[in-house]
Design a protein around this ligand. Structure first.
Ligand SMILES: Nc1nc2c(ncn2[C@@H]2O[C@H](COP(=O)(O)OP(=O)(O)O)[C@@H](O)[C@H]2O)c(=O)[nH]1
Ligand SMILES: [Mg+2]
Length: 342
């Protein structure tokens, strides 16, 4: 198990969750036209986790995905809004469990690895465990462009959020109930994994990566990801969440750039003025003032937003503490009831 030192920077959430001794596990499989593989995926997870409920969220598949999943013993739930992100939003809202396993329906992840991924959540050591396909200990079959795209986004995200993650786009994850019920998600498509990772970091949840292998899809099965459209959406999500979660760095950085940009024409005008006593380049003077004033405005916006984000984080923390207390009381009452009945 890999407990990444950088991830320990992530603030620990308050009171530990108290799962019942027999914690319920839900396996969530988002699916769009996966008739070739879904049966096998459901059967393998049933074998590994015989007590778990397996949910296949079928997103308007035009093939026999739903039928095959049902035959294999999964609970099939249809989702009308097309897109993996919308499906994940529905899964998180509709399914009730203590531990949630999310995995692709294309059979590219190993069901056998699920125990290693679940353990940290069961032992209250993590709120989100990510099966990392790009870790040095993983043996993953990636297409060249996919590997390149993954590494590029990884580099940008690690730089912005000052972490050392090894995979931000993995579809194999395990979540605690607190995470699933506490994180608001808005992404509709393949940007959902990026959103899950950034919001987990930004909101102080404990994130853990465990190396997992990725195998290729079988002959005739096709990935639904569109490199350019989805790549753009993922980048857009990183930038948007950077703005929302670190406004001072985002606006402050842009503001400083403008101010330094304004120094160039500003100094030229200033030196000429010192030498000749005249402002010979009026447009340069106006440009310099414009850039510096715009930069200062951006920094001010960053400072205001930073305070708002801090305050809302405090508010969020208090809400989480309240939710923890309610959950704890509910479990206590359930245990007392059980004891009284015995
Ligand atoms: N429900 C739903 N699932 C989707 C959609 N697009 C892809 N998926 C599923 O999401 C998982 C990951 O998609 P995949 O094409 O394997 O992406 P990749 O692993 O990045 O190549 C698979 O189980 C797909 O069936 C969609 O629009 N709706
Ligand atoms: Mg896949």
């Amino acid at each position: 198990m890999l407990n990444h030192p950088a991830l320990e920077l992530v603030a620990q959430k308050s009171a530990p969750e108290s799962f019942a001794p027999e914690a319920s596990v839900a396996v969530l499989i988002p699916c769009y036209n996966e008739e070739l593989t879904i049966e096998n995926v459901v059967c393998q997870f049933k074998k590994e986790l015989p007590d778990a409920h397996i949910y296949v969220f079928d997103n308007n598949s035009s093939d026999r995905t739903a039928e095959k999943a049902r035959q294999a013993g999964a609970i099939v739930i249809p989702e009308g809004r097309q897109g993996k992100g919308f499906v994940v939003q529905s899964m998180f809202r509709q399914v009730d469990a203590d531990v949630y396993v999310m995995v692709d329906g294309d059979g590219t992840y190993s069901a056998g690895a699920v125990h290693e991924l679940i353990e940290p959540v069961l032992k209250h050591k993590a709120d989100m465990v990510v099966g990392s396909r790009l870790h040095a200990d993983s043996q993953s079959q990636f297409k060249f462009l996919n590997r390149f795209g993954n590494k590029l986004f990884l580099f940008v995200l690690n730089l912005i959020f000052k972490v050392k993650l090894t995979d931000i786009l993995s579809g194999y994850r395990v979540f605690s109930r607190k995470f699933v019920k506490g994180v608001p998600l808005f992404g509709g498509g393949f940007e959902i994994e990026t959103e899950l990772t950034i919001k987990a970091l930004g909101r102080g949840y404990r994130v853990l990566e465990i190396p997992t292998d990725l195998t290729g899809r079988p002959e005739g099965s096709h990935s639904k990801i569109n490199l350019f459209r989805d790549g753009f959406l993922i980048l857009n999500t990183i930038v948007t969440l950077f703005r929302d979660y670190k406004p001072l760095t985002f606006f402050g950085g842009a503001g400083l750039l403008l101010i330094f940009g304004g120094f160039v024409p500003g100094f030229i005008v200033l030196f000429e003025f010192i030498k000749t006593g005249l402002v010979l380049r009026l447009p340069s003077a106006v440009l310099a003032v414009g850039l510096v004033v715009s930069g200062m405005l951006l920094i001010t916006a960053g400072l205001i937003l930073h305070t708002i984000v801090r305050r809302s984080q405090e508010f969020d923390h208090q809400l989480q503490a309240l939710a923890d207390e309610l959950r704890f009381n509910r479990l206590l009452m359930a245990n007392t009831d059980r004891g009284a009945r015995k």
